[in-house]
Design a binder for this molecule. Structure first.
Ligand code: ZN
Ligand code: ZN
Length: 263
């Protein structure tokens, strides 16, 4: 299985997972045109004829930076669009032709023959529900966990076992509190239903990192309230504490398609 981050941050989130012949998108938070451009860079050109070019589009929650073109991209690429019941009636979902309701907290078999499964776990955030995905194929596990308001040990336990982990490192708490955001927005981001600070993400990492973890992708970094250096320092410090300095750590980009990573 391979995972490639197409975009990460409040301007739009999306990751492409390839497992055998299956192609799965987690979130589609850019415009349709921008999603198409990033998919092309990743080697998934627009479809010719009726053959699907994506099999599944999974959506974590209804915020536009995750769901913006989910329906349109699923329709265009003939993919099955998966979202929680609450998401199905939202404008971004309406354009999809093929819809599947995700049961929150349950596992969904994406491809029986390939043994490709996606389990979702509800996480605290101010779009209800918001879920994280644990995708498994041939014994390899990729986890995508962003848009979480506070560390939660139960969530970490449910998601453990990742070989590759995409984890939100949204903001540095001091930069957020001393920065230029309006007070209300600061309260929202820092609140229990907002986003993970570097320190909170580090706590999640402490709980999530198992022996099998080999690659960590720092995701959804705030452009205003974080720097890659601060996020990396927080991640490296936990990995050093766990004696896991061998784990490869990357920062996902808002503007460029990332490396195609082996899970
Ligand atoms: Zn987001
Ligand atoms: Zn969100």
């Amino acid at each position: 299985m391979h995972l490639q981050v197409l975009s990460s941050g409040s301007g739009g989130n999306s990751a492409l997972i390839r497992a055998g012949r299956a192609r799965v998108l987690v979130d589609a938070g850019l415009t349709l045109a921008e999603m198409e451009a990033r998919l092309s860079v990743a080697g998934v050109p627009p479809p010719v004829g009726e053959r699907p070019t994506l099999d599944h589009v999974l959506v974590t929650h209804g915020h536009l930076d995750h769901a913006r073109s989910a329906g349109a991209i699923a329709r265009k690429h003939r993919a099955l669009l998966h979202g929680s019941e609450a998401m199905l009636s939202t404008p971004s979902f309406r354009r999809a032709k093929r819809l599947s309701t995700l049961r929150v907290g349950a596992e969904c078999v994406l491809d029986e023959e390939l043994g490709l499964r996606a389990r979702n776990v509800p996480i605290p955030h101010d779009a209800h529900p918001t879920i994280a995905f644990r995708i498994e194929h041939e014994g390899r596990v990729a986890v995508v966990l962003t848009d979480m308001g506070r560390p939660d040990e139960f969530v970490a336990r449910e998601l453990r076992g990742a070989h590759l982990l995409v984890l939100e490192f949204n903001h540095d708490r001091t930069m957020l509190l001393e920065g230029s955001y309006p007070a209300q927005l600061k309260r929202r981001v820092a609140g229990d239903a907002g986003h993970l600070s570097n320190d909170q993400a580090a706590q999640m990492l402490r709980w999530l990192a198992g022996d099998e973890l080999h690659t960590l992708v720092l995701a959804h970094l705030s452009q205003h309230n974080n720097t890659p250096e601060l996020a990396l320092a927080a991640a490296h410090s936990v990995l050093a504490e766990l004696g896991r300095s061998d784990v490869r750590v990357l920062v996902a980009s808002q503007h460029e398609v990332g490396e195609n990573l082996t899970v």
